[in-house]
Design a protein around this ligand. Structure first.
Ligand SMILES: [Ca+2]
Length: 427
């Protein structure tokens, strides 16, 4: 099985080296996937919080287990929306309404009256949602005038036996569409990129380009050493990718023109990034990343750089085995800004710049699934100087966090019966 995939991969690399580019090459390229999972309990794709006593040594004081902050703020929690099912992402429309994507393949809008709309129509009919699905729904920064939104979702690649698919068979596509004037349908859907990953998010950079995270297979029974794609420039998996909003490749991408390298690649060496945010001052992409077992990371991503996976890291295989002899650093590979071992399973992240909580300005907030909390990281440039866990009183898996246009902090919970709540200063 693995050999067949490798041979197919080699043929396709040869094809792309002959100058075959664009969607034809992307759809004909065979993207490796793990074989089907043995019957048994569900795969904990969001990571395992099981501590195994492994406690890797950080590169500097404060790269993990930072002290609690000196300044805190008291907050009240108000419910904004309820009854979400499998919500994965949310973002604000310019008028303050909230666009929500649910992973089974539904987009809903939360009105200013806090009512949740029916799912909007016109989504791609070929979304593969069994264990994968819709990962991103995000308005263009000029949505008010162009009505454009960007989506990422998984589809079965050509030739997959849908009756007996491999594990995480879906490949990640990025598309644009326009939201109809009555907010009821997507129109003019256009696929922009085959990002190849098992999942991933999309965010618009300050220069207008789209930054995409493309993840590799993970979970119990999958060994990191079998998935070298994050270090391979002929694969889009395990990367941050960068495209223009029409799907074309920016000419200043770091590997444009390099033989055998995918021109979409912006940075490499990642595992499973579920959180993306643009730093409000530097304009740099920050990501959250699930490590395999431990080694969950926050990274500040720079063009052309290598973030190390699976060569260096702070986690173990799910089996408990070490990865690459527990190597945590190497020349030419970037360190995470911060890491957690054991894992918290970080999902959505957001910077806070609002006026309602002066004590939180400039902080990064991280949703934690297994960690069942909202984590506040106090930053000094690209170092963490304090860590605080909020919303532990909810005892829920937290899926997403974003600052609202009103300066409140909005937080979304995971699973069925999920909700969006708003943190405001305590009265
Ligand atoms: Ca890393």
């Amino acid at each position: 099985m693995m050999r067949k995939l490798l041979v197919a991969g080699a043929v396709l690399v040869a094809l792309s080296a002959t100058g075959m580019t664009g969607m034809d090459a992307q759809t004909s390229r065979v993207i490796p996937r793990p074989s089907a999972q043995a019957p048994g309990p569900p795969n904990p794709v969001d990571g395992s919080a099981a501590p195994d006593g492994y406690s890797p040594i950080p590169q500097w004081l404060g790269q993990t287990h930072a002290p609690v902050p000196a300044r805190t703020a008291a907050y009240d929690v108000e419910t904004v929306a309820e009854g979400l099912n499998g919500a994965f992402c949310f973002s604000f429309l310019p008028d303050g309404r909230i666009l929500v994507g649910e992973r089974p393949g539904r987009i809903k809008i939360v009105g200013k009256d806090r009512k949740v709309s029916e799912p909007i129509g016109g989504l791609p009919s070929n979304i593969w949602a069994r264990g994968q699905g819709l990962y991103e729904v995000r308005p263009d920064r000029a949505f008010a005038t162009n009505r454009t939104i960007y989506l990422s979702y998984t589809v079965l690649q050509e030739g997959t036996n849908a009756a007996a698919p491999p594990r995480t068979p879906g490949v990640l596509l990025v598309a644009s569409a326009k939201l109809s004037a009555d907010d009821k349908r997507l129109e003019g859907l256009k696929v922009l990129l085959n990002a190849e990953g098992t999942g991933g998010r999309v965010i618009q950079a300050p220069d207008g380009t789209l930054l995409i995270t493309s993840t590799i297979p993970g979970g119990v029974g999958i060994n990191s050493v079998d998935w070298p794609q994050p270090q391979q420039l002929d694969s889009n998996m395990g990367k941050v990718l960068r495209i223009n909003t029409d799907g074309s490749i920016p000419r200043d991408n770091p590997f444009v023109g390099r033989a055998g390298a995918r021109p979409e690649i912006y940075a490499l060496g990642f595992r499973e990034m579920q959180g993306v945010a643009i730093h409000p001052r530097t304009g740099k992409l920050w990501t959250s990343e699930h490590g395999p077992r431990g080694g969950d990371e926050i990274n500040a991503v720079e063009k052309g750089k290598n973030y190390g996976f699976p060569v260096i890291g702070y986690g173990h295989e799910y089996s408990g085995k070490s990865i690459n002899g527990d190597k945590t650093s190497e020349a030419g590979m970037e360190q995470p800004v911060y890491f957690w071992t054991p894992d918290i399973a970080p999902a959505g992240i957001g910077f806070y710049t609002g006026k309602l909580f002066p004590a939180w300005q400039g902080d990064l907030f991280v949703s934690a699934l297994a960690g069942r909390s909202l984590i506040r990281l106090v930053l000094k440039d690209e170092r963490v100087i304090a860590e605080q866990r909020l919303l532990t009183e909810l005892n829920m898996r937290i899926r997403g966090v974003n600052e609202g246009p009103d300066g409140a902090l909005y937080v979304m919970t995971d699973g069925d019966g999920g909700k969006i709540v708003r943190l405001v200063p305590k009265k």
